[in-house]
Design a binder for this molecule. Structure first.
Ligand SMILES: NC(=O)c1ccc[n+]([C@@H]2O[C@H](COP(=O)([O-])OP(=O)(O)OC[C@H]3O[C@@H](n4cnc5c(N)ncnc54)[C@H](OP(=O)(O)O)[C@@H]3O)[C@@H](O)[C@H]2O)c1
Length: 332
């Protein structure tokens, strides 16, 4: 980094087509905010794949720096909460969509959006978790808040070899749950077992919705990252009074189902949003991540690449071809 110039992945839009380039930009180019962070790591999430490929109208203004999460060290702060040298993490608040994000060596943001890193997590580990892992933990917390305990039976994770799914499998296994992992990739069965899955469920058995209002009661809970017909199937297979935490739409946004599982089995559909979580919840969730996610499992599900590899990987994540978590080392 020469002077106050630094590298960023910049998106431009022309004739409704989004292009990307690695550029040198300056601190003065950064958007307003009361904390400037020297970014160390970001990650690639499904939403980043959409933003980099110009899908879903998530970005309001171009030029734009994507990256919906980052971890790094506070460089300058006008906030009482942070001082230079503090290690911080950011997920959500539409950073990387409406506000410039983490695919740059510096970011300037509102202090309210940041969380101090728990002592047990490095900036690299925090981004191995990233928005996907943070969301997985929110799902587990929501299921626990609705009474899930390890003795209730098997917990299903759908889209299990993806980012949210891999972290969910690891956390649930560490907490003593019996985990069934649903995947469409046979080559990832061993990987999922290494994360702690006791059982593999073929993706098609869930994505091909039977249309029956109720099926055999199989699951004590579910973390669903897929939505669509998969979520419809899960609702018909939940045990009496049990819950599914629905956080994703990797299989599509539509949900066609019946109210019968709600009326006859008292099941719960818990919506999970990671973007607008209040500060206190974020702090609590990161603390739980620091204690409940085994570090060696996190390392096993993580690959690292530099900013120059983001665009290609952004295409792959939309095709469901990224395994686990991809960390972006913005200084590589
Ligand atoms: N609510 C929130 O705040 C929040 C936060 C983060 C992410 N999300 C959402 O959660 C979902 C997962 O995110 P991620 O970062 O884990 O993405 P990811 O790494 O791409 O994982 C998604 C997984 O879904 C499965 N999948 C892909 N296409 C599918 C299809 N057509 N039908 C059935 N399964 C399919 C694949 O798992 P297998 O290969 O194992 O089958 C894939 O690895 C995304 O929809 C994302 O937008 C929501």
């Amino acid at each position: 980094m020469a002077g106050d110039r630094f590298n960023a992945l910049v998106l431009e839009q022309q004739d409704k087509k989004v292009s990307h380039a690695l550029r040198e930009i300056g601190v003065d180019d950064l958007p307003e905010g009361d904390v400037t962070v020297a970014v160390e790591y970001s990650t690639l999430n499904y939403k980043d794949g959409m933003v980099v490929n110009g899908i879903g109208n998530l970005v309001r203004n171009y030029p734009h720096v994507p990256g919906i999460d980052f971890a790094g060290t506070v460089e300058a702060s006008a906030s009482d909460r942070y001082k230079p040298g503090d290690k911080v993490v950011l997920t959500g608040w539409r950073v990387g969509e409406v506000h410039w994000g983490g695919y740059a060596q510096k970011a300037r943001v509102k202090s309210d959006w940041l969380v101090k890193l728990p002592d047990r997590l490095s900036t690299k580990e925090a981004m191995a978790v990233g928005t996907a892992g943070f969301t997985a933990m929110l799902c587990v917390l929501a299921l626990e808040n609705h009474g899930l305990t390890p003795d209730a039976g098997t917990v299903l994770v759908t889209g299990a070899a993806g980012g949210v799914g891999s972290v969910a499998v690891s956390i649930l296994a560490k907490l003593g749950y019996t985990v069934a992992a649903s995947t469409g990739r046979p080559e990832e069965h061993d990987y999922l077992k290494s994360l702690g899955a006791a059982e593999i469920v073929e993706r098609a058995t869930l994505s091909e919705y039977s249309g029956r209002p109720l099926d055999k009661e199989l699951w004590a809970g579910c973390v669903d990252t897929v939505g669509s017909t998969t979520l419809a199937s899960v609702l018909t297979q939940l045990k009496y009074g049990r819950s599914v935490a629905a956080c994703g739409l990797a299989g599509g946004p539509k949900l066609e189902t019946t109210v019968i599982p709600f009326l006859l089995r008292g099941v719960n559909l818990l919506g999970i949003d990671s973007v607008m979580q209040p500060y206190e919840n974020r702090v609590k969730t990161w603390q739980r991540i620091a204690t409940d996610l085994p570090h060696e499992k996190l390392a096993a599900m993580t690959e690292v690449c530099g900013l120059s590899a983001v665009a290609e990987a952004a295409g792959r994540i939309l095709q469901g071809k990224i395994r686990g978590r991809l960390v972006i080392d913005v200084n590589a």
